[in-house]
Design a protein around this ligand. Structure first.
Ligand code: FAD
Ligand code: NAP
Length: 511
């Protein structure tokens, strides 16, 4: 490869777990001349940084998506520049609550070369310390540029010769607490890897009457991002929406403090839901409407009048305020289909050979980030064992996956465990990366060992009803049994088959 075409510099956006492993994988190549990891927080750790004070809790904007609620900042016309500090909310605080512990056994959650301090399920500060230490353990801490937000990423097209590769211009904003100012400047890189996480901007679905309800009863509607402990809910009548990891934990914890029963509105059963709610909890279906009187009406026509708090545990939407779709030839995220736009294997971009993303799929977290980071590092160093397939094949992969997830009723970036999808995906990344050099340059994608697989399938934080405390792997028949058990048969003339209204939830669906 001519020296002109080499990728010599790489910027990483974010210093959570994905940024930590990306920095380690890039450094291990011993190839790049410049690697920088930009992190808007004061320390690495990402999601696992605990913000005791979650404020500001923002106005509730039901159904609104990140482009609306987390818009880009106005960038000063001339750079470098010093401006008064930004006042616009950037959602940089995390949703970690006091009692939160990890929910995946540590052997399967951590990177392959270091274990968590202890496990299988550790308090939130253990992964935070782990991520921070990972930078120093791999001597990538000197690559960190902290308190610095990437506010814009623009692709610079080659101007002179068609042969010269594209570059990326990053616009950066660093808050200087000593002077209480924002310092703005720009830097240019040959490649960029996004590791910016996707659990920052809370999502509250649109429900008829909810907007008016929040105006009439300000502060009554909240999101789990701002939940820290059950204490503020003592004696209050609380309605929790959602029953994934947040909905489950928050509802269970509220039983110790709130007025009983704690109401929980569920759209579909989770794997750990039995036939009846646990003591102190009353299940409700989805909300149909909020009325001006304060009444909340559910899909089964039942209602409640006397709720003090409506606590939405309805998750998050990815946000890329730094991505100017117009300047870069198209959006990065397709909110209609909840997926990356024109991306391959949740990691590579068809339109941008020198852009990658780590950390997006709902799969084993840290461990799968490792395969993504190694594959990207190897690709950018030009030492990859297998090339990416042609554009047409990548496009076909995207199209077929979209059809497949629509058919299965799953989400594009949910990579399932029980169907073997996780193994296929990681194997694909493994093959692209291959081995490093004979001299030991480059990380080698780790084996997914029997011990790790056993832990995922047998050590459960959330016991499943009828499966004992540890749960256990379901065989094919049992999975099918669960599907038809939970299936709501649609009234058909044909008694031979039923239409499954909600799909079976994967073993790791809560991740
Ligand atoms: C409440 C909660 C509990 C969880 N529990 C578990 C669990 O038990 N087990 C598990 O495996 N997973 C869990 N997860 C998932 C968790 O998100 C992953 O484990 C993992 O930490 C994600 O790492 P990440 O680096 O992709 O993202 P993050 O940890 O979110 O890190 C992204 C980083 O990028 C920074 N950033 C974002 N935008 C910019 C920008 N423009 N400029 C500069 N910096 C930027 C952010 O400040 C952040 O530090 C949990 C998630 C949540 C929300
Ligand atoms: N370590 C821990 O203990 C812990 C604790 C909390 C969170 N987390 C992590 O944090 C991340 C986010 O989890 P989360 O639970 O906040 O979000 P989530 O997993 O995205 O779950 C969202 C929940 O909201 C429901 N929902 C979404 N849209 C809805 C709508 N329009 N109407 C009704 N219900 C709706 C979903 O129902 P359906 O299931 O029917 O879609 C689901 O129950 C995950 O990675 C999770 O593992 C971890």
């Amino acid at each position: 490869m001519s020296d002109d075409k080499r990728i010599k510099s790489v910027a990483v956006v974010g210093a959570g777990a994905a940024g930590a492993i990306t920095a380690a994988a890039l450094k291990a190549e011993n190839y790049f001349e410049r690697i920088q990891v930009y992190e808007r927080r004061e320390t690495p750790g990402g999601t696992w940084i605990f913000d005791a004070d979650p404020k500001p809790s923002l106005a509730i904007r039901p159904g609104r998506l990140p482009p609306d609620v987390d818009p880009p900042l106005e960038i000063p016309k001339e750079l470098p520049q010093i401006t008064p500090p930004n006042q616009q909310e950037r959602f940089s605080k995390t949703p970690i609550y006091n009692s939160l512990t990890t929910n995946v056994p540590d052997i399967a959650m951590c990177f392959s070369d270091r274990r968590f301090a202890y496990g299988p399920f550790a308090p939130h500060y253990v992964p935070r310390q782990y991520v921070e230490n990972y930078f120093s353990a791999h001597k990538t801490d000197d690559l960190l540029v902290l308190n610095t937000t990437v506010e814009d990423i623009t692709k610079l097209k080659p101007t002179t010769s068609q042969d010269r590769p594209e570059k990326w211009r990053l616009t950066l904003r660093k808050y200087d607490p000593a002077r209480h100012v924002d310092v703005w400047w720009q830097e240019t890189f040959d490649a960029v890897i996004l590791a910016n996480g996707h659990y920052s901007v809370p999502y509250i679905p649109h429900v008829p009457g909810l907007e008016e309800y929040t105006q009439k009863f300000p502060s009554r509607v909240q999101h789990s991002k701002y939940y820290r402990s059950p204490l503020p809910y003592a004696g209050k009548r609380v309605l929790v929406i959602g029953n994934s990891a947040s909905g489950h934990d928050v509802t269970a914890e509220l039983v110790s403090a709130a007025s009983l029963p704690v109401l929980q509105s569920r759209r579909s059963p989770s794997r750990w839901d039995g036939d009846l709610p646990p003591p102190g909890i009353s299940w409700k279906p989805v909300i149909r409407q909020f009325l001006a009187s304060g009444r909340i009406v559910f899909a089964d026509d039942t209602y409640v009048d006397d709720v003090d708090v409506v606590l939405y545990c309805t998750g998050y939407k990815p946000s890329f305020p730094f991505w100017d779709g117009e300047a870069n030839g198209g959006p990065l995220w397709d909110y209609k289909n909840d997926k990356l736009a024109r991306a391959y294997q949740h990691t590579f971009f068809r339109d941008h050979a020198t852009l990658g993303i780590v950390g997006l799929p709902r799969a084993l977290t840290f461990r799968s980030f490792e395969y993504q980071a190694i594959a990207l590092a190897r690709l950018f160093s030009g030492r990859n064992a297998a090339p990416l397939p042609s554009d047409a094949e990548q496009e076909a992969w995207e199209r077929e996956r979209l059809e497949d997830v629509r058919r299965r009723g799953t989400k594009f970036h949910d990579v399932q465990w029980e169907t073997g999808e996780t193994f296929d995906w990681l194997e694909g990344l493994f093959r692209i990366a291959g081995l490093g050099t004979l001299r030991g340059e480059g990380r080698i994608p780790p084996p997914l060992t029997e011990e790790l697989i056993w832990a995922v399938e047998h050590i459960r934080k959330y016991p499943e009803p009828g499966r004992g405390e540890e749960g256990g792997k379901k065989n094919e028949d049992e999975i099918n049994m669960t599907i038809s058990d939970k299936a709501k048969p649609v009234d058909t003339q044909d008694a031979e088959w039923v239409l499954v209204e909600r799909q079976h939830k994967d073993l790791l669906a809560f991740i």
